[in-house]
Design a protein. Sequence first.
Length: 248
Amino acid sequence: MPTIPHNRIALVTGVAGGLGHAFALRLALSGHQLVLTDRLPCTELVQVIRASGGTATELPCDLSDPVDVQRFAAEVLVQHGRVDVLVNNAAFMPHAPLAEINATLWRQVMTVNIDAPFLLAQAFAPGMTERRWGRIINLASSTVWGPPSGMAAYACSKMGVIGLTRALASELGGQGITVNAISPGLTRHPGSAANIPPEAFDFVRMRQFIPRTEVPEDMTGTLAFLASDDAAFITGQVLNVDGGGFGF
């Protein structure tokens, strides 16, 4: 596992969910100091990381409110001085057919899934540029390649994440900052298991080259790699961590 010099600070959004929880634990394991945020409490996760010898703090943020996102970013810089690794994991994923997507719902999806990552990158990129080192890691989704019914808003927002990843990689590549995205397939965790029928997991699993259901830990190694010095010459990429289901 790569060692992390200088106690780099990693900010992970959406840590109350399965993916964010796993990402935070893996980055703590590899030596990062963690700043964790969600609109739900994540005190238990902070305690787990501290009990294992890591460093973590919790700062709440409502990513659906751009004003609160900017307030949060400013508070992070006041309290911690910098962010070295930004993991834009949080997402809003409503299931609604086209006829039921009104302007309010559409804007909520875009605000959380694309506006918040943009605002956080905008807030922390200047410090990364000053230090000539930074990692921005966004979460895309396999739904952009084969959107299921009822996922128009979510799939569009995640395609926007890919566009943002490419654009920021181009703009920041000369500043020592890499920007990449991880694109998972359908992943089983408590939230998805409670809201997605079992047959959906079965359907996706049988269409993958690796015929088992994805879990959050399947992505944590990729995340740790992208956050490390070993990935210094990889940027603007979308890594499909989906068991070989890409394009299906």
